[in-house]
Write a protein that binds this ligand. Structure first.
Ligand code: MF3
Ligand code: CO
Ligand code: CO
Length: 290
């Protein structure tokens, strides 16, 4: 690419003043192939317009989760939680990304106790005192996706369940703290795994975080386990989710054979999850949705 060509990132600026020094730095990194190190593909590097788009989508997504936080309670069925989020997103000009995504029938996921993720909202599932619940919301605005989830504790939750929820939140925060420009993706998984294991918990391996932006799920797959200094190089302009699923018991999961969506812990133990959409900047990270 010539200095005076328009930059490949789509910013509309010439290459020389846009991603030229970025490309030089990217090329200069010596990759250790035996550690599975690789460079990110160009199509997952966001420009300023993309970042603004994801951020705006994130504002609506956060608003939907805030609304749920204010209203969720014992006695509420999970379809009501779904409608709260659905209506909020639509009223603010967004589209609930989960609805009809690969055939998913509802606008959000609501996952209670031993459900790891992808719980389908319905009228018959009623929240009760002591439940721990993950609500996972994804919004599309002007073609940009923002993805986040939070845990809610319904009424009086046992100390064991509360600890799982709290440690899982710490796992997400520690994972995000390990996301560094010019670091490696394996740093994130290694940090999360260490904190989970230290607390006697296991990390779900079959599902993970993901790149996000113009698509719901982009490269890379963000494993919540792994080794430092392995995997994809992390660079400014990447947007990823960190969304550890942590089990109180064993890490194995099973998928519901009837609905083909709901993921349960195999041993019936409790599971928790928190998720944020995170931008890697020149100097660190910025949260785009939480
Ligand atoms: N929001 C989930 C994630 O964090 C994906 C849900 S897909 C659905 O990646 F189809 F189940 F909604
Ligand atoms: Co999500
Ligand atoms: Co996600």
């Amino acid at each position: 690419m010539l200095d005076t060509d328009l930059c490949w990132c789509g910013s509309g600026r010439i290459y020389k003043v846009c991603h030229k020094s970025f490309d030089e730095r990217l090329k200069s990194v010596k990759l250790k192939k035996f550690r599975g190190q690789c460079r990110p593909p160009r199509q997952i590097i966001k420009n300023e317009k993309d970042i603004e788009g994801i951020k705006k989508s994130g504002v609506i997504n956060n608003g939907a989760l805030d609304l749920i936080a204010e209203n969720i309670c014992a006695g509420m069925d999970t379809e009501t939680v779904n409608l709260l989020a659905h209506n909020y997103i639509v009223e603010h000009g967004g589209i609930p990304a989960c609805l009809n995504y690969e055939g998913f029938p509802k606008s959000i996921c609501v996952s209670i106790n031993n459900v790891v993720c992808h719980g389908i909202p319905n009228r018959d599932t009623v929240l009760k005192d002591g439940d721990i619940v993950n609500v996972d919301v994804t919004t599309i605005l002007d073609g940009y996706f923002a993805d986040a989830s939070r845990m809610f504790m319904i009424g009086n939750v046992s100390p064991k369940a509360r600890k799982l929820v709290e440690v899982t939140k710490e796992c997400m925060e520690i994972g995000i703290a390990a996301l560094k420009p010019w670091g490696f993706l394996g740093d994130v998984g290694a940090a999360i795994q260490h904190h989970a294991h230290k607390n006697g918990y296991s990390v779900v391996r079959q599902l993970g975080g993901h790149g996000v932006g113009k698509k719901f799920h982009e490269e890379p797959f963000v494993a919540h386990f792994g080794k430092k200094n392995t995997g994809m190089l992390l660079v400014p302009g990447m947007v990823l989710t960190v969304e550890p699923m942590i089990n109180a018991g064993k890490d194995e999961v099973v998928i519901d054979p009837f609905d083909d969506w709901t993921i349960y812990t195999k041993d019936g133990s409790l599971s928790a999850q928190w998720e944020k959409t995170v931008l890697i900047t020149e100097t660190g990270t910025e949260i785009l949705a939480d």
